[in-house]
Design a protein around this ligand. Structure first.
Ligand SMILES: C[S@@+](CC[C@H](N)C(=O)[O-])C[C@H]1O[C@@H](n2cnc3c(N)ncnc32)[C@H](O)[C@@H]1O
Length: 206
């Protein structure tokens, strides 16, 4: 696995996701058809032309964006090489980029939509603000997060790993850390609709 320097807790989790643990996640059977309406609606609302998903895995979100935009304008970053390989097979033409979320290799405002889905939950306190700052920095306009919500920060056991999953109020954290973000929409994606109890917020840069 490729490595970068950084805070030990961030490196530990990046290495975890880049290892067999992350490969096993890739191999788990997952279906993504239920995500189509969500992305149809968000793309219509934002008019997005170039998008970046941080922690994209095999493209369960990007596949819908790449149906609406030219795949060359669709980017995914991840620390798991197997996921990126599968992504390029599943969604031909998209840009699959290896890298940790706290050091995104893109210039300021290169995208008009940047987002995470189930990825901030896997960031330690030490680098969460940095990861969020990178997501905000790379967008000229729209920022979206879809994560597990809790009003107060709480760690949740995750597949035998300690310090690997944190429920937090991510929408509130974005507003507190980045006052230039204006909340434009928000919602909840529940199990009845095939999602995993995901709370999402869509922000626009003022
Ligand atoms: C729970 S999966 C979510 C995948 C995808 N966003 C989705 O909604 O299907 C988390 C993904 O984030 C990646 N990841 C976790 N921490 C990361 C980090 N610090 N930098 C980049 N990718 C990361 C993992 O390798 C994994 O592919």
């Amino acid at each position: 696995m490729t490595e970068t320097a950084g805070p030990p807790e961030a490196i530990r989790l990046e290495q975890l996701w880049g290892s067999e643990f992350g490969d096993d996640y890739v191999d788990r059977n997952k279906t993504f058809d239920h995500r189509s309406p969500f992305w149809r609606d968000r793309l219509a609302a934002t008019g997005c032309r170039r998008a970046l998903e941080v922690g994209c895995n095999i493209g369960g979100n990007l596949q819908w964006i790449a149906e609406a935009l030219p795949p060359r304008d669709v980017f995914g970053v991840d620390v798991n090489e197997k996921a990126l390989h599968v992504l390029t097979q599943r969604v031909p033409g998209v840009n699959a980029v290896w890298g940790p979320a706290r050091e995104l290799p893109f210039r300021d405002g290169w995208f008009d939509l940047t987002f995470t889905m189930g990825v901030l939950i896997h960031q330690p306190d030490a680098t969460l603000p940095l990861v969020m700052a990178e997501v905000v920095r790379c967008s000229s306009r729209w920022v979206l997060c879809g994560e597990y919500h809790a009003a107060a920060n709480v760690e949740v056991p995750y597949r035998g790993q300690e310090g690997a999953l944190f429920k937090r109020d991510y929408g509130r954290l974005y507003r507190e850390l980045f006052p230039q973000l204006v909340l434009r929409d928000e919602g909840f994606l529940g199990r009845d609709d095939g999602w995993d109890d995901v709370t999402w917020s869509l922000f626009e840069k003022a």
